[in-house]
Design a protein around this ligand. Structure first.
Ligand SMILES: [Zn+2]
Length: 60
């Protein structure tokens, strides 16, 4: 519910923000191919796989 800005105390505002800061902004998942930690919905930088398919060639 929307509350007028003046009615929310500094203490209440900062405590709410502190609680929200705890949650990580990025979600890490484990690559199914190599088991490396990767950001969700992105190609694995180690093996180049995404969703069980090879998307890019990683040459080294
Ligand atoms: Zn991988």
């Amino acid at each position: 519910m929307a509350v007028p800005k003046k009615k929310t105390s500094k203490s209440r505002t900062s405590s709410r923000k502190a609680a929200n800061m705890k949650t990580p902004s990025i979600t890490l998942t484990v690559c199914k191919k190599c088991g490396e930690k990767v950001m969700s919905h992105t190609i694995c930088k180690v093996c180049g796989y995404y969703g069980g398919k090879k998307i890019i060639e990683i040459g080294d």
